[in-house]
Ligand binder design. Structure first.
Ligand code: ZN
Length: 160
């Protein structure tokens, strides 16, 4: 069957940036499984997979706009060291969940200078053009329950 609304899709992928560096890959792991049309994966990739079938290989280039968004400078903020109470050592690269007006946001520490800590709330892949090499492993129809929940159950999905 072809990939369409409410199809459950399993695919292998290798993600590279424009410099050809591999950022992520499903190689050696189970394929990534998602419910098509439910916003489980980034819009640019979901759109390009539509209409394809198991066994097909495709190359999909995704712009930041249809990927993880552009880098938003206002998400980079300086906060006092005191904001990290209970954390013994704050180091660049550490990730924390911050409470913001828009809800919880994962931020990464990018710099520590004296009592000032710089955190970045942008997704690590924001602002990047992403190239996916995709091989579609399986396409099946979603169950009624999966459609209601908006995600896949069983292998590669949510177990509950
Ligand atoms: Zn569920």
């Amino acid at each position: 069957m072809q990939i369409a609304q409410n199809a459950v899709v399993a695919f292998h992928y290798t993600l590279t940036n424009d410099a050809g560096e591999v950022l992520d890959s499903s190689e050696g792991r189970d394929p990534l499984t998602y419910l098509h049309g439910a916003g489980n994966i980034i819009p640019g990739l979901e759109k390009e997979l539509e209409g394809h079938e198991a066994g097909e290989k495709l190359n999909v280039a995704v712009t930041p706009e249809e990927g993880y968004g552009e880098v938003q400078p206002q998400l980079v903020q300086e906060v006092p060291r005191d904001a990290f109470q209970g954390v013994e050592s704050v180091e660049p690269g550490m990730q924390f969940q911050a409470q913001t007006q828009g809800g919880p946001l994962m931020v990464t520490v990018t710099q520590v200078e004296g009592d000032t800590v710089t955190v970045d709330g942008n997704h690590p892949l924001a602002g990047q053009k992403l190239n996916f090499d995709v091989e579609i492993a399986e396409v099946r129809e979603a169950s009624q329950e999966e459609i209601e929940h908006g995600h896949v159950h069983g292998a590669g999905g949510v177990e509950h």
